[in-house]
Design a protein around this ligand. Structure first.
Ligand SMILES: Cc1cc2nc3c(=O)[nH]c(=O)nc-3n(C[C@H](O)[C@H](O)[C@H](O)COP(=O)(O)OP(=O)(O)OC[C@H]3O[C@@H](n4cnc5c(N)ncnc54)[C@H](O)[C@@H]3O)c2cc1C
Length: 326
């Protein structure tokens, strides 16, 4: 399809979204800056934005997109994305559905959690219920859905350890259903959701009975460790690259001379070489170009091809020479 033809198709989809949203009483915002909804705080606007706050509202948003013929982009806490400077075409669904249900009768304490629930909120809630096994999640500033998508992990724990089932919405059928955790393809920073348009609605987690004080101490120790080693006060999106087998991306970048390197408004954190920090008002293209430079110096020095862990999303084709993927 030519750019002109795809532009016309997009305009038609946006019109359909607007008409259907008005009919269904859904509050669709227009041309909303997405950068401020992410931890890196760069990037341009979404054509349309919906912010569902319950599972029902999330399903209504997904149905709206499907009926209008638009593939939506689902944003969690925005802690693993770099939004293109040109923004995101079509509909962004900012998932704020955050119900937590605990079944005390379950043999292993079982939880059902909406995918928009912030991990920190969930970790504190289960700690207050004396449920152990999720303290690692305090260091993951994402939503539960984003954490499943990435099989996020820290301090020796990862989502795979606690995930029992995932409720998934399939854009092809518009139907939702439960998948066993084992069917989700969770591996190191990997899941089937990175390779599909499925949307995670909720998850069931299995935790074990624990001691509130001990869990609290574990959470505090994790937080202390992170404060000492990561630039938490700066605008960043966590680790830029996955660790290659048997090594650490941060070590390789530092050894290749990348620590402290700057490209325009983006720089490598002096605290942790696998973190790129954006200046206030910085650009996504600078982040991408600095990331690509780091990949190049590590490949040249060590022959190791680093893979991005952060997700470049939106209209990178219209964002200038940095390139990227949609
Ligand atoms: C300071 C800092 C520290 C971090 N530390 C860690 C760490 O220790 N370990 C770690 O693993 N990660 C870490 N991260 C990265 C990030 O927090 C995790 O990857 C997190 O799981 C992303 O969740 P999110 O809700 O922010 O996802 P977003 O950034 O909002 O989205 C990321 C991707 O997930 C998709 N997605 C989000 N929700 C859904 C859903 N419901 N259904 C389908 N797809 C969805 C989005 O479409 C997007 O492609 C860190 C980030 C920061 C900023």
């Amino acid at each position: 399809m030519s750019a002109g033809a795809s532009g016309v198709a997009l305009e038609r989809s946006l019109e359909a979204l607007d008409v259907l949203a008005a009919e269904r009483g859904l509050h669709l915002e227009r041309d909303v800056p997405v950068g401020p909804l992410t931890t890196l705080r760069v990037g341009g606007p979404a054509d349309r934005l919906l912010t569902p706050r319950t599972r029902e509202e999330l399903l209504a948003a997904l149905s709206l997109a499907r009926d209008a013929g638009v593939l939506p982009f689902v944003l969690g806490n925005g802690s693993d994305v770099v939004v293109a400077d040109a923004g995101i075409r079509g509909l962004v669904i900012r998932n704020r559905a955050r119900a937590i249900a605990i079944d005390p009768a379950s043999e292993r304490s079982r939880l059902q959690v909406d995918s928009g629930t912030p991990m920190a909120l969930l970790v504190r809630r289960v700690a207050s219920e004396a449920l152990a096994g999720l303290a690692f999640g305090i260091s993951i500033p994402g939503s539960l859905g984003g954490a499943v998508w990435a099989n996020a992990g820290a301090h020796g724990g990862e989502m795979r350890d606690v995930l029992q089932e995932v409720e998934v919405w399939d854009p092809a059928t518009g139907a939702a259903g439960w998948l066993a955790g084992a069917a989700c393809g969770l591996a190191y920073r990997e899941s089937r959701f990175k390779h599909s348009a499925e949307v995670i609605l909720a998850a069931r987690l299995a935790l074990r009975p624990g001691d509130t004080e001990l869990i609290g101490a574990e959470i505090a120790a994790h937080q202390e460790q992170r404060r000492a080693t990561q630039p938490l006060a700066d605008q960043n999106a966590g680790s830029v690259f996955r660790n290659p087998p048997g090594d650490h991306a941060g070590r390789l970048i530092e050894a290749a001379g990348g620590k402290g390197m700057r490209h325009g408004s983006a720089s490598v954190s002096p605290l942790h070489a696998n973190f790129i920090v954006a200046d206030r008002g910085g650009s996504a293209a600078d982040v991408r170009q600095l990331g690509d430079r780091l990949r190049a110096i590590v490949a040249e020095r060590f022959g190791v091809e680093l893979d991005y862990e952060i997700d470049f999303v939106g209209d990178w084709a219209a964002s200038g020479p940095a390139g990227g993927r949609m």
